[in-house]
Design a binder for this molecule. Structure first.
Ligand code: FDA
Length: 319
């Protein structure tokens, strides 16, 4: 029921302006949003980052926003990232080969979906951000969005890697194409974040059952672990985490040649356990006031998240 009915409904709602207006207006939403989002301002993001770095976790910071249809909004997002990179540059030591700090970008927030020259605008905007990140000693990874953007996103990342060979990107195991993309993109210097995928996708392009997605994830993981790049294993799933350990061992890959990644506010104890075990662990920290799409995808991932949200809507529920 959750996978076949509620999940698709929540993912559709994540793109509905009407539902967005309702959900964001509810005061009860705020408490749950705070579990997944570090806050609305750059100062909130910097505070969360400082505390995660102190606990020996790495961080990837995402300034929330997506599906921008207005050039001035895309430009404002770039300006915001440039400001953020200046702030972050003062927070850490950037001398090692593994950068403790990273920013994550959604190309749709940088203009990719603008009706005219969207690709070129997003590429130029991402270039400006990568240039500032290089100065600050901070990595950049480009997030994966719905499948209609995959070719454009991988094309832009390919172009930018000529100037920024450390630029990372995300592959989604639920897409049929991803095994091939992993083979193509596991060369020397590549940084690939492998996740299961968070959007509503049709069966023509994506696996639909949990077992199919998990099996694809395992195949992709093996390809990346046996490749020549730096795999970033983005999952909270104990089965995928155990498989990553096995696959790294089989590929004779030491813990400093790959990293685990988890989302802010999810499985904090497991994050700390992995670090104590000597693993690299990066936390994806989203912040900003455009949290709606990100929040709805988190509700769609797990019945417990949805149940918690629904309970908070009951009259008299503690806020
Ligand atoms: P899944 O949601 O299938 O959960 C499997 C199991 O994990 C559960 O049964 C449970 O055992 C455990 N688990 C999960 N959540 C838990 C919780 N809160 N508490 C306790 N146990 C829990 N997607 C995308 O499309 N594009 C992107 O760019 C990104 N980027 C990204 C970055 C990072 C760092 C992460 C971690 C994830 C993403 N994602 C993403 C999201 C990703 O595609 C996916 O939707 C979520 O990570 C959920 O998938 P899991 O692999 O965690 O397993």
């Amino acid at each position: 029921m959750f996978t076949t009915v509620l999940r698709p409904a929540l993912l559709s709602a994540s793109r509905s302006p009407r539902v967005q207006r309702k959900v964001t207006a509810m005061s009860s939403t705020r408490k749950l949003v705070d579990r997944f989002v570090a806050g609305e301002s750059e100062a909130h993001a910097a505070a969360a980052t400082r505390s995660l770095l102190e606990s020996n976790r790495f961080v990837s910071i995402d300034f929330l926003g997506e599906d921008t249809t207005d050039i001035s909004q895309a430009q404002a997002t770039v300006a915001h990232y440039l400001d953020l990179l200046r702030t972050l540059g003062e927070l850490h030591d950037s001398t090692g080969s593994i950068r403790p700090l990273e920013v994550s970008l959604k190309l749709s927030a940088l203009g990719q979906s603008l009706p005219k020259d969207g690709d070129a605008i997003a590429r130029e905007h991402a270039h400006q951000i990568c240039t500032a990140a290089a100065v600050a000693g901070i990595w950049v990874t480009v997030d994966a969005e719905d499948h209609t953007t995959t070719d454009s996103t991988l094309g832009i990342v390919h172009d930018l890697r000529a100037d920024f060979p450390w630029l990372g990107t995300v592959l989604q195991a639920y897409l049929h194409r991803t095994e091939t993309d992993c083979l193509d993109l596991s060369g020397p210097g590549s940084r690939i974040r492998l996740c299961k995928g968070a959007y509503r996708e049709p069966s023509a392009v994506a696996y639909q059952t949990r077992a199919e997605v998990d099996n694809s994830y395992l195949r992709c993981l093996d390809i990346l672990m046996h490749g020549h790049g730096y795999p970033m294993v983005a999952t909270h799933d104990p089965a995928m985490i155990a498989a990553a350990h096995r696959s790294a061992l089989a590929a004779e890959r030491l813990p400093d040649r790959f990293e685990f990644q988890m989302l802010y506010g999810i499985r904090d104890a497991e994050q700390q356990r992995l670090v104590a075990d000597g693993q690299h662990l990066r936390v994806y920290v989203p912040y900003g006031d455009q949290w709606y799409g990100y929040f709805m995808r988190r509700l769609a991932e797990r019945p417990a998240n949805l149940a918690f949200f629904l309970r908070s809507l009951r009259p008299g529920a503690r806020r």
